[in-house]
Each structure stands twice: as C-alpha cells, then as structure tokens.
Design a protein around this ligand. Structure first.
Ligand SMILES: O=C(O)/C=C\C=C/C(=O)O
Ligand SMILES: [Mn+2]
Length: 369
C-alpha cells in the first residue's frame, strides 16, 4: 500500500537567462514527488512549472502545500497496485491542481511499472519508438547569441529544430529577430516560434503573414488561450500550422479545439493535462480528428522529462517531434545517469518504470530545507 508521499522543491540555476514573453528565468524550481510503498517499491513524479505563477495558476509552493495538505492524506494506506482507482479518488475530491495530479499519477505509475518489471511506456499502451526528436529553444534575448547557439547545437548534432520565444518585444522587432535567425540557418534547421499568448488577433494576423513568408514552420499559441474562435480564424487563414499549448488544459479542451478546428497541432504536456492518462486522451482526440502532435515540456528535470518521453513514445504519430530538453537547460543533474541526447534525439529510457534513478545525495544538496 501507499506508505508515504513527499514533495521536494529544488532550485537549480539555468545555464543562461531564459526569456519568455511571460517571464525571464534564471533558475528553475524542480517540484519532485516521491511515493514510497509498503512493499519497498518507490515511484517518482514531477510537477515543475515556469516562472512561479507567471505562466500558470500553480506555483512550486502551492503544489507542495496542496499535495501535503489535501492530496497525500487521500492516498496514504490505499492499494498502490490499483493506480486508476487511487487517481479516481483524487480526481473526484480535488478540483484543478493539474500539475500536482500529474506528479502523483506519474509516481504511482512509475512504482507500479517497477513492481511489474516493465518500462512505464508499456503500462501506457506500449512504445512504438525508442527515440524522440528534440527541439531546442533559443531565448537568450539576443539575436546574434541565438544564432551562435543554434550553430553550436547543429555542430554538436544535438538539435536541428529551434523554437524561438517571442512576444515580449514589439511585433516588428520580434519578426525581424526570427527572420534574421531563419536567414542565418537556412534549411539546415527548422525554425518555429512560441508567442505564449502575447499577441492580439490583429497583431497575430500581421506577424504570422511575415513569419509564414519567411519560412517559419510552426506558430505556437500566438493569442490568448481563451480565444478559441480567434485561433480557429488564424488556423483557417494561414497555411503555416498554428499550435495550441496553454489553451489545452486537458482532454475536454482538446475535444473542443478539435471539433472547432481551432488548431492544426496540439502541444501535449503531461502536467498541463493533469496527468499521463489525460495527456494520452488529448493525443487520442488529436489522432481521431486529424490534428498533428508535438511533445511539449514545462522545462522539467530528468524525472518529468523521462515521464513525458515514455508517453510520447506511445503516440503512433508525432509529426512535430518534441521539446524534451529541460535537463539540458539546467546547471545541475538530479539523476544518477543523465538522459541520453544524441543525433538530434532523446533516447527513451529502457529499464523498469521511468528507467531513471534520482541521485539522493545531489538532490539533498539542491533541495529547499
Ligand atoms: O520555454 C521553453 O523553452 C519551452 C517550453 C516552455 C513553455 C511553453 O511551451 O509555453
Ligand atoms: Mn508553449
């Protein structure tokens, strides 16, 4: 049975400032959940988010408080081998708190997969691939630095798909920034943008026309998450694919977006979907409705990145790859063995459960006491 649930916060500096339209990150606060079971098996999950409360409505501190106070007590003593039943109790009793729910479900599924001696992916329907393409985000805030960084990533054969964070500057300046990078990289790389909701629909109409002409391959969440009708107009108006990210807070949003034709692509995020199971439902809605898929990140460390990789490995189609580079943005590694990134791909861990192990000595030094 479930013996204990511990939520650990660890502040890790990023390798460089990471500028989004909603915040500039210099550290990432990892939110790790450790579940220990009566049979000695333990499972891990992650609920890391971006910029405190700048990006979403849960913060590391609120996630820990709500797990410790409201969620863990529901689960202590429950049967650890019946994950769906345990999560049904949580989903019935707890409103919202999607990131917290994801970390709990991941930890329970990690433990159960370890108990069964199989990789987590095989508990999620089974993987169809062992490696995933991984994009890199250029977000230093300086066009010249971004171009140099992209050239380095190409040379290292680590990334050839680049996502540019824009929306903080004037539309004209952002467009010039993106086109300069696309110009510099040519067809050696795919260049995409993520606006993180920053534009009005009118700004998006003007900017996306220029980006489409400039050879940009994907436009992520250009306008407010609540403006579904606007996203549908943009998706119909442009040939460049429009991707929904913040708009997708679970399978019901996916269903509404798919039936309204409000996006060409869905960014699947396990935390934003409130868990691996609902994230799989988001992907199924996409597959059934002809919406393409992209594996998103919340800049998690190794635990959340591994969990996402196990789920994304089960998707029959993953037309736009993933952005599972979170650990590469951090200056400290919390896993005993880092995830393997090579030949522009992330290797989906083998082994039992998540297939990774936390370095407790390292985490002990990084965690908030
Ligand atoms: O910040 C990054 O580099 C990647 C993704 C983060 C959030 C998002 O996709 O909105
Ligand atoms: Mn995004």
């Amino acid at each position: 049975m479930i013996h204990s649930i511990e939520t650990i916060l660890a502040d890790v500096p990023t390798i460089r400032p990471h500028q989004l339209s909603v915040t500039t990150m210099r550290t990432q606060t990892l939110v790790l959940v450790r579940v220990r079971c009566g049979d000695g098996v333990e499972g891990w999950g992650e609920a890391t988010t971006i910029g405190g409360l700048n990006y979403g409505e849960e913060s590391p501190e609120s996630i820990k408080a709500n797990i410790d106070t409201h969620i863990a007590p529901l689960l202590i003593g429950k049967d650890a081998t019946r994950v769906a039943a345990a999560m049904a109790v949580v989903r019935k009793a707890i409103q919202g708190n999607r990131f917290a729910k994801c970390a709990i479900e991941t930890a329970l599924l990690d433990a159960q997969a370890r108990r069964l001696g199989i990789p987590l992916s095989e508990l999620l329907g089974g993987r169809v691939r062992n490696a995933l393409p991984v994009a890199w985000t250029l977000a230093s805030g300086d066009t010249t630095k971004d171009i140099a960084e992209a050239e380095l990533m190409l040379e290292l054969r680590r990334h050839r798909i680049f996502k540019l964070k824009i929306g903080a500057r004037a539309v004209h300046d952002d467009v010039a920034h993106v086109l300069a990078i696309k110009q510099a990289l040519g067809n050696k790389a795919s260049v995409r943008v993520d606006v993180n909701q920053a534009w009005t629909e009118l700004q998006a109409m003007e900017a996306i026309a220029a980006l489409q002409d400039g050879g940009v391959d994907l436009i992520e969440q250009p306008i407010a998450a609540h403006n579904q009708a606007g996203m549908a107009r943009l998706a119909r108006h442009f040939t460049v694919p429009i991707m929904a990210d913040e708009a997708l807070q679970g399978p019901l949003d996916a269903y509404r977006y798919a039936t309204a034709g409000a996006a060409d692509v869905f960014a699947v995020k396990i935390t934003q979907s409130a868990g691996l199971t609902p994230a799989a439902q988001v992907a199924t809605v996409a597959q059934l409705s002809g919406v393409a898929l992209y594996g998103g990140t919340m800049l998690e460390g190794g635990i959340g990145t591994a969990a996402s990789s196990h789920l994304f490995a089960t998707f029959p189609e993953l037309a736009f790859g993933t952005e599972l580079f979170g650990p590469l943005l951090l200056t400290e590694e919390v896993l005993q063995e880092p995830l393997v990134y090579q030949d522009f791909m992330l290797q989906v861990p083998g082994g039992h459960g998540l297939g990774v192990t936390v370095d407790m000595e390292k985490l002990g030094r990084l965690r908030r006491q």
